[in-house]
Design a protein. Structure first.
Length: 89
């Protein structure tokens, strides 16, 4: 994992869910500018304060988040590989 700071705009509204053991977590997708293009970063938050703050925001709002970043790839149905960014905020 990489310690990271990302900044971008929320792509859709954050969503809060409850795990099987009863703990809540919040997920969001952030569009992060990368020069001429942009990338999407999947965000998950377990900290109650971070979750509460995320839930006050809506689609298109600017955010800055700190956490552990995992970089990977995913392949679409056409066989094209794309970068994958997952942040635990």
């Amino acid at each position: 994992m990489i310690d990271a700071l990302i900044a971008g705009k929320l792509h859709g509204a954050p969503s809060q869910k409850t795990s099987r053991n009863g703990n809540t977590f919040t997920t969001a997708k952030v569009r992060v500018p990368t020069g001429e293009d942009s990338a999407f970063c999947n965000v998950i938050a377990f900290d109650q304060e971070t979750q509460a703050t995320l839930m006050t925001l809506g689609a298109g709002e600017s955010v800055s988040l700190v956490g552990s970043l995992k970089v990977g790839t995913w392949t679409d149905k056409n066989g094209t590989t794309h970068p994958s960014l997952d942040l635990v905020a």
